[in-house]
Ligand binder design. Structure first.
Ligand code: SF4
Ligand code: SF4
Length: 228
């Protein structure tokens, strides 16, 4: 039997199924006959919707990963996490200040961090999660924004944190504060926004909305790129 058609046994929510050995967890779940309506998104590792916990044969460790990026193994046990019901404070960004007092008020949980690094080990994006939480504790919003930049909000870090911290929501606020108040302003961006608001591109956008994908692709690759 070729490698392509080799089958392995996996347990999906405790029930055994034979699936192709080269499948990702998402492909295996669908091969087994389930239709995914939650816990699925871009299928390319960018949206963070398919957080999954699993355990491999002979391993006592409970691991987490993105279902669309993790390949199955024989005797793997799989359970999807379609949603992490983590605490999320509501706020109006216009009323916040980019300093530690904001995090003390909205995310007092970060100060419970025991620096165990479990969150970093849980992250499928290889983000230094503990480091961005520690940066927030020190009041370094810029560093927290930069370190958490690739976060896809899958929730796997918060699931494993012994201090019950919701790292990704704190990281999101850091990036919002950095973007609105702390990052260097771009005059080119201001000019472009003004042009957009003035409707300079409306006609061109209307034309593009009627183009077929082939012409649109051609136009995309023929575009002018200004490098400053
Ligand atoms: S920081 Fe947390 S929520 Fe963001 S990608 Fe990593 S594990 Fe997922
Ligand atoms: S898992 Fe929680 S307690 Fe441990 S380092 Fe990460 S944020 Fe801190």
């Amino acid at each position: 039997m070729s490698e392509k058609t080799k089958m392995v046994k996996v347990y999906i929510m405790g029930e055994a199924f034979m699936v192709p050995a080269a499948s990702t967890i998402i492909m295996a779940i669908e091969y087994a006959g389930f239709q995914l309506k939650r816990g699925i998104g871009c299928r390319e590792g960018f949206c963070g919707a398919c957080a999954t916990v699993y355990r491999e044969k002979g391993d006592y460790k409970l691991k987490g990963g993105l279902g669309c990026q993790t390949v199955v193994s024989d005797e793997m046990y799989i359970a999807q996490i379609p949603f992490v019901p983590a605490e999320k404070p509501l706020y109006d960004l216009n009323e916040l200040t980019p300093d530690p007092s904001t995090f003390m008020k909205l995310f007092p949980s970060i100060y419970r961090c025991v620096a165990c690094n479990t969150c970093t080990k849980s992250c499928p994006q290889d983000i230094q999660v503990m480091d961005y939480i520690q940066a927030l504790i020190r009041g370094d919003i810029k560093q927290a924004a930069e370190l958490s930049f690739d976060c896809i909000r899958c929730g796997l870090c918060a699931l494993r944190c012994p201090a019950e911290i919701v790292q990704y929501n704190a990281g999101t606020l850091a990036r919002r504060l950095y973007g609105k108040y702390l990052s260097p302003k771009s005059p080119e961006l201001e000019d472009r926004l003004q042009e957009v608001n003035d409707g300079i591109y409306d006609q061109e956008i209307d034309e593009m909305m009627t183009m077929d994908i082939k012409d649109l692709t051609k136009k995309y690759f023929a575009r002018e790129i200004k490098i400053t």
